[in-house]
Design a protein around this ligand. Structure first.
Ligand code: ATP
Ligand code: MG
Length: 438
C-alpha cells in the first residue's frame, strides 16, 4: 500500500563493526550457524530483538531471534532440523538439541486504512487478529514493539542497523514504543506488560508518551487469552527481576488485571494490605535470589505466593459458615484457582502443586508419631517447608519455632530425629470410647 510506505522509508543509522561491541564470540553457535547458512544461500540474515539489545548492553541474552528475507518455506528447506510453526504468523524453528533458534521472515507493517479488508484484521477493541503479511526489513523494524528491540545485527558485514532510534534510546536507557503508543497497546495489550518487564529487567525508564496511556488501557489485558498471559506472567516473575517488575506492574495497575483477587487485598484500604504485600515481596525477592544462584524455580510456587491470601480469606469465610477447617482450605484452594484461571491460566500440573503447597501448611504442625516422616517423604515437602519459612519470615513470626524444628529435623540423623519427635506434643485427638471391660 502506498500510504504505509511513504512515511516509513527512512535511512537507517548503520554502526560499522568497529563502532559497537557486538561480537560473534558472544552469539551462540546454533544462531551463528543459522545466520551463515541463510547468508550462504544468498538471503539477508540478521540477529534481531532481545539478543542484539542485550549484547549491546553487555548482558547475557536469553535467546537469539533471527530475521530474514527468506520465506518460511525457503528457510525451512535449508535446515533438516527445522519445523514450521505458528498460525498467526508462520515461523521456522531450527532445533539444535535443546536449543531452538527462531527464524522469522520480515513482516510487513500493520495496515491502518479504514477499508473493510483492514477492519477485519482487528477485533472490535482494536486488537490485531490477523497479521501474516511479509514485508521489507524497514517494515519489519517499524512493526516491532520498542525501539531498543528493533536493532539488527547484519551477518553480511557485522554492522548494526537502526531504523527507529533504538541506539539513542539504549544510550538514554529509555523504553520507547514505536509508533503511536495508544494504538499499539490497543492492537496488543501484552505490549504494556512487555514495557514493564523490560523496564524492570534493564532498570530503564519508560518514555513519558509510552508510559502515559498504560494507566488508561491496563484493563484491556482482560481481553488477552489467559493462556498467553500465563506465558507472560512467567516471564515477568521468573526472569530474575521480579521485585522491580512487581513494583512497576502495581504502579501501572497492570497487576490488578492479572491478579484481581490479590490486588483487591493490596488496596491500602484493606486492613491486611501491608501483610499481603510483605509476603509477595519477600517471596519474589527469594525467587530473584534463587535465579541469581542458578537454582530452579517453579510456577507452582509463584502462584502459591500470589494467591495465598485470597485462598486464606476464602477458607476463613467457609469456616465461619461452618465448614470444617481442612475441607474449607481444600475448597478455598480449588475455588481461588478456578477464579484466577479466568484471567491467567495455570496448567493443571502446576495448580495441583500449588494446592499441595497450601495443603501442607496446616499439616506441617502435626508431627507426632510417624507423621513427620511421612510429610518429609512427600514430593512437595520441600516447597511446603519453603512456603512455611516465607510466611514466618514475612508476616507470621509465630511460625519461626516450627520452621526451626523442621530445619533441624531435615538436617539431623535418625537418632536425633527420634529424640526430637519424643518432645513433640501430639495433636489433640478425640478421645476414643473407653473399652468395655469384659
Ligand atoms: P527477551 O527474549 O529477552 O525476553 P525479546 O525482546 O527478545 O526479549 P521476544 O519475546 O523474544 O522478546 O521477542 C523478540 C522480538 O520480537 C522483540 O524484541 C520485538 O522486536 C518483537 N516482538 C515481540 N513481541 C512483540 C509484540 N507483542 N509486538 C511487537 N513486537 C514484538
Ligand atoms: Mg528474545
Amino acid at each position: 500500500m502506498e500510504t504505509k510506505a511513504e512515511n516509513k522509508l527512512h535511512t537507517p543509522i548503520v554502526l560499522q563493526r568497529d563502532a559497537h561491541n557486538v561480537s560473534r564470540s558472544n552469539i551462540c553457535e546454533p544462531a551463528l550457524k543459522v545466520l551463515y547458512r541463510l547468508k550462504k544461500a544468498d538471503f539477508d540474515a540478521y540477529l534481531v530483538g532481545g539478543g542484539v539489545r542485550d549484547l549491546l548492553l553487555e548482558r547475557n541474552p536469553k535467546d537469539f531471534d533471527i530475521a530474514t528475507n527468506a520465506l518460511p518455506e525457503e528457510a525451512g528447506q535449508l535446515f533438516r532440523n527445522s519445523r514450521l510453526i505458528g498460525r498467526r504468523f508462520r515461523l521456522v524453528h531450527v532445533h539444535f538439541g535443546k536449543d531452538i533458534i527462531e527464524v522469522a521472515t520480515f513482516r510487513g507493517h500493520e495496515e491502518e486504512s479504514e477499508d473493510d479488508s483492514a477492519k477485519d484484521r482487528h477485533t472490535r477493541d482494536g486488537m490485531l487478529i490477523r497479521d501474516n503479511v511479509f514485508g521489507t526489513m524497514e517494515e519489519d523494524a517499524w512493526r516491532r514493539d520498542f525501539t531498543i528491540n528493533a536493532l539488527y545485527y547484519n551477518i553480511q558485514d557485522f554492522t548494526i542497523v537502526d531504523y527507529t532510534g533504538g541506539l539513542e534510546d539504549l544510550r538514554n536507557r529509555l523504553i520507547r514504543m514505536i509508533g503511536d503508543p495508544t494504538q499499539r497497546y490497543r492492537e496488543d495489550p501484552v505490549r504494556m506488560l512487555r514495557a514493564a518487564r523490560f523496564a524492570g529487567k534493564l532498570g530503564f525508564n519508560i518514555e513519558p508518551n509510552t508510559e502515559a496511556p498504560i494507566y488508561e488501557l491496563a484493563d484491556r489485558l482482560t481481553h488477552v487469552p489467559p493462556a498467553r498471559l500465563f506465558e507472560e506472567v512467567l516471564k515477568l516473575f521468573l526472569g530474575g527481576h521480579a521485585v522491580a517488575t512487581y513494583d512497576l506492574l502495581r504502579k501501572y495497575t497492570l497487576f490488578d488485571n492479572l491478579f484481581p483477587y490479590t490486588a483487591a487485598l493490596l488496596n491500602p484500604e484493606h486492613p491486611a494490605s501491608d501483610d499481603v504485600d510483605a509476603l509477595i515481596r519477600l517471596g519474589l525477592a527469594n525467587t530473584d535470589e534463587r535465579i541469581a544462584q542458578g537454582k530452579p524455580v517453579t510456577p507452582a510456587f509463584l502462584f502459591a505466593i500470589m494467591l495465598w491470601r485470597p485462598m486464606k480469606n476464602l477458607a476463613e469465610q467457609y469456616i465461619a459458615d461452618g465448614v470444617r477447617p481442612l475441607q474449607a482450605h481444600q475448597q478455598a484452594g480449588a475455588d481461588v484457582i478456578a477464579q484466577q484461571v479466568g484471567f491467567v491460566s495455570i496448567p493443571k500440573r502446576f495448580s495441583i502443586q500449588t494446592r499441595e503447597i497450601w495443603s501442607l501448611q496446616p499439616r506441617l504442625h502435626n508431627r507426632s508419631g510417624k507423621r513427620a516422616y511421612r510429610l518429609l517423604s512427600l514430593p512437595r515437602f520441600r516447597a511446603g517447608y519453603d512456603f512455611l519459612l516465607l510466611r514466618a519470615q514475612s508476616v507470621e513470626p509465630d511460625l519461626l519455632p516450627l520452621c526451626d524444628w523442621w530445619t533441624e529435623f531435615q538436617e539431623v540423623g535418625d537418632g536425633s530425629r527420634a529424640a526430637m519427635l519424643k518432645k513433640v506434643q501430639g495433636p489433640r485427638r478425640r478421645s476414643r470410647r473407653p473399652r468395655k471391660s469384659r
